[in-house]
Design a protein around this ligand. Structure first.
Ligand code: ADP
Ligand code: AMP
Length: 215
C-alpha cells in the first residue's frame, strides 16, 4: 500500500490536480471533503456534526476523519495506491495515517505541496463551480464550462459550494495556516515533501507533478 498526499491551502488546486493525476498514474483519489459531503447527504448523526464544522470553515474532528479513512482504505487490496486530497490536515491526522499505513505494511511515498500566495486563494474559491452529479471542478474565469452553469462532462448542473463564500473562505485560510501548514515541516523532515509552484496553470502543475511521481 502506497500513499501520495496533496497538501495545500483551500483553493490551491488539489482537486483539480488529483482529477488529472488519477487518470495518468492509476491511483485511487480520496478526497475527505468529498467523503464528508456524501455523509452529509445521507443525513445521519455523523453528517450533522460534520455539517456545522464545514459550514463555518472549521475542521471536522480528527477521530471522525480517521474512522472514515480507516474504513475506506481497509477495503482495498495490499497493492493499492492512494492519492489523498485534503487529508491529512492536522499533525494528529498525519500520525493516525502513519499508524494505519504501518498496520497495512504501507508507506507515504510522496507529499506534493502546492505552494500559492494566500491572496490567490480567495478569487479561486469565490469563482469555483462544481458539478452536482460528477463533482468536476470549474472556475468562472480560469476554467469556464462551454455552456454557462452546465458541466462539460455529463451535462450536470454546476453549483457554488456553501463554504465557498468570502467569510467562510477567510476562516478556512486561517485554519489552514494554524492547523495544516505545520505538516509542511513534518513531511519535509521525513524527506518525502516536494514543493510545486501552484500559481502556474493546471496543465503546468500536472506536468510538474507527473515528472516528480514518474521519475
Ligand atoms: P482545492 O481542491 O485545493 O480546494 P480546486 O482544485 O478545487 O482546489 O481549485 C479551486 C479553484 O481554482 C477551482 O475553481 C479551479 O478551477 C481553480 N484552479 C485550480 N487550479 C488552478 C490553477 N493552477 N490556476 C488557476 N485556477 C485554478
Ligand atoms: P475540501 O473539500 O477539502 O475543501 O474540504 C471542505 C471542508 O471539509 C473543510 O473546510 C473541512 O471542514 C472539512 N474537511 C475536509 N477534509 C478534512 C480533514 N482531513 N480534516 C478535517 N476536516 C476536513
Amino acid at each position: 500500500m502506497d500513499a501520495i498526499i496533496l497538501l495545500g491551502g483551500p483553493g490551491a488546486g488539489k482537486g483539480t490536480l488529483a482529477a488529472s493525476l488519477k487518470k495518468d498514474i492509476g491511483c485511487l483519489h480520496i478526497s475527505t471533503g468529498e467523503m464528508l459531503r456524501a455523509v452529509i447527504q445521507s443525513d445521519c448523526e455523523i453528517g450533522q456534526a460534520a455539517r456545522a464544522c464545514m459550514e463555518s470553515g472549521d475542521l471536522v474532528p480528527d477521530a471522525l476523519i480517521l474512522d472514515l479513512i480507516q474504513s475506506r482504505i481497509s477495503r482495498e487490496p495490499d497493492d493499492a495506491r492512494f492519492l489523498f486530497d485534503g487529508f491529512p490536515r492536522t499533525i494528529q491526522q498525519a500520525e493516525g495515517l502513519q499508524d494505519l499505513l504501518s498496520q497495512l505494511n504501507g508507506k507515504i511515498s510522496y507529499v506534493l505541496n502546492l505552494v500559492v500566495a494566500p491572496e490567490v486563494l480567495l478569487p479561486r474559491l469565490c469563482g469555483r463551480r462544481t458539478c452536482k452529479t460528477c463533482g468536476a471542478v470549474y472556475h468562472i474565469t480560469h476554467r469556464p464550462p462551454k455552456i454557462d452553469g452546465v458541466c462539460d462532462v455529463d451535462g450536470g448542473e454546476l453549483f457554488q459550494r456553501t463554504d465557498d463564500r468570502e467569510k467562510t473562505i477567510l476562516n478556512r485560510i486561517e485554519v489552514y495556516k494554524k492547523q495544516t501548514a505545520p505538516l509542511i515541516d513534518y513531511y519535509r523532515t521525513q524527506g518525502v515533501l516536494y514543493d510545486i509552484d501552484a500559481s502556474l496553470s493546471p496543465a503546468e502543475n500536472v506536468a510538474i507533478a507527473r515528472d516528480i511521481l514518474l521519475n
